[in-house]
Design a protein around this ligand. Structure first.
Ligand code: PFF
Length: 466
């Protein structure tokens, strides 16, 4: 592990930083949450507005976050404090990152629940490989209804859900306790590229066998009348969730980037790779959804219900299914690791404790919330913790945490980040860090100062009260 002058760890190379940041961005947000949100928000209008959000809001905010982290070379709140100090601004601005660290912790707790579902499907395909053999499709001799019943079956079993959730959390804790370069980089450097290739292959196969035309029409036909306040807030929340923004995730990783990394260029690479995987996920999953007659708005289970049906029809289905869910597992792990890293780095730097101890404390908290989220699908299905707020009126614990973080914490965190970087921080310090010149620099600056905070505030108010 390389150490910078401040004693803080650094990624071992520029490409390792990019891959780790892409690893944080690309995860369940792309494969699981993007299709589910697109399906629940009517398809095309959501998708196109999502792309607009990534380009006009996500990308400038992403650069702002990694820039703060790299300048600060510390955990997220401390990095903001250092930028503030070097700009002669009030250090209280660090609250924006403290909120983010808390939100990352909340996301971690339910993210590991979904990570547990992935582990479950790895088990399903592994056992099927022994039963169905390598050559044919998956689930030989089992009818479609049985495969469709897998997900509801899992949801109904609270104990199994909790076990899987805690298992996934424990694996995340193992990697984080080992530290940034030895634990996290390895997964990002070797497994992310492999994942991309396999995913592309499955999507191309799907293009020839599922209802591809219908899926394309569904995802890319822009119907302006469907673009309500809710849909816009959902799209902006998804853009932040997918790019790991507004919750200190990218600030934390930015702190591990070294001086000669061009942050402007790197942010472009991260956002393009992340958006490519999300669109690929949509193009992979919706042809199956239409071919199998599944409901597009079936929510969190969409990816897990649809893909096994495709693997059933595919040659080498069990093997490809197993490989696919294993890759999703690693993509999820590189993201959950960054979610745990944000609060852990804050805790061990602030309280000067061992990394492993901080990991344990944060992990234990996430386990408690995770159990409540796991039970949201069964024993606690009727427990609506924030039912007094209209936005969460009939929302279970799992969906409440998800909505609260993506629709409130992330946009608010991003608005504050833009105001801080655009108006409060010393312009010379910012210019020095961002790696942009000429028109690109001016455009970014205008987006961060004016467009992002204004558009975000309008979407937030419109989504909440409109
Ligand atoms: N971007 C991750 C995904 O799309 O799965 C989720 C995530 C990771 C959100 C890290 C926030 C974060 F700080």
């Amino acid at each position: 592990m390389a150490a910078s002058g401040s004693g803080h760890e650094n990624w071992s190379s520029r490409s390792a930083f990019i891959l780790a940041a892409v690893g944080s961005a690309v995860g369940l947000g792309n494969m699981w949450r993007f299709p589910a949100e697109a399906g629940e928000n009517g398809g095309g209008a959501f998708v196109l507005f999502y792309i607009f959000c990534v380009l006009l809001i996500g990308l400038p905010v992403l650069l702002s976050e990694v820039l703060i982290g790299r300048h600060g070379q510390a955990n997220a709140p401390e990095s903001v404090r250092r930028v503030a100090r070097d700009s002669n601004a009030p250090e209280g601005w660090s609250i924006l990152a403290s909120m983010g660290v808390f939100a990352a912790f909340l996301i971690l707790s339910f993210y590991c629940v979904v990570g547990g579902w992935v582990v479950y499907y790895i088990g399903v395909f592994l056992s099927d490989l022994f039963q169905s053999g390598v050559a044919g499709g998956a689930f030989e001799g089992r009818d479609t209804a049985e495969i469709k019943a897998l997900m509801p079956g899992l949801f109904g079993d609270g104990t199994l859900m909790i076990g899987l959730n805690l298992g996934f959390l424990a694996i995340t804790m193992f990697f984080v306790s080992r530290g940034v370069s030895s634990g996290i980089e390895w997964v990002a450097v070797y497994l992310m590229p492999l994942f991309f290739v396999l995913f592309l292959g499955i999507t191309i196969y799907g293009a020839f066998s599922g209802n591809f035309g219908e899926a394309v029409a569904y995802l890319f036909t822009f119907d302006f009348s469907k673009l309500t306040g809710d849909v816009m807030l959902a799209a902006v929340g998804q853009a932040f969730f997918s790019l790991s923004l507004g919750v200190a995730g990218m600030m934390t990783y930015g702190a591990y980037a070294n001086r000669n990394t061009n942050l402007g260029e790197t942010s472009g690479i991260i956002a393009s790779a992340d958006t490519a995987v999300a669109l690929l996920a949509g193009l992979c999953i919706f042809p199956i959804v239409f071919a199998a007659g599944l409901a597009t708005n079936s929510g969190p289970g969409l990816m897990f219900e649809s893909l096994p049906l495709a693997f059933q029809a595919m040659p080498f289905g069990s093997l490809i299914g197993l490989a696919f869910f294993t890759m999703v597992f690693f993509a999820a792990l590189t993201s959950s690791v960054s979610l745990l890293e944000a609060p852990t780095a804050w805790m061990f730097e602030k309280f000067k404790m061992k990394r492993a101890v901080a990991t344990l404390i944060v992990g234990a908290g996430a386990a408690v919330l995770g159990i409540l989220s796991s039970l949201s699908f069964n024993d606690l299905a009727d427990f609506y913790p924030l039912s007094f707020i209209p936005l969460f009126a009939e929302t279970n614990f799992f969906d409440t945490l998800d909505g609260l973080t993506a629709k409130l914490f992330m946009p608010i965190g991003a608005i504050l980040t833009c105001i801080f970087v655009g108006w409060v921080a010393d312009a010379r310090l910012i210019d020095d860090e961002n790696g942009l010149d000429g028109v690109l620099h001016q455009t970014w600056r205008a987006l961060v100062r004016f467009v992002c905070p204004i558009v975000l505030t309008v979407i937030l108010l419109f989504g909440l009260f409109g």
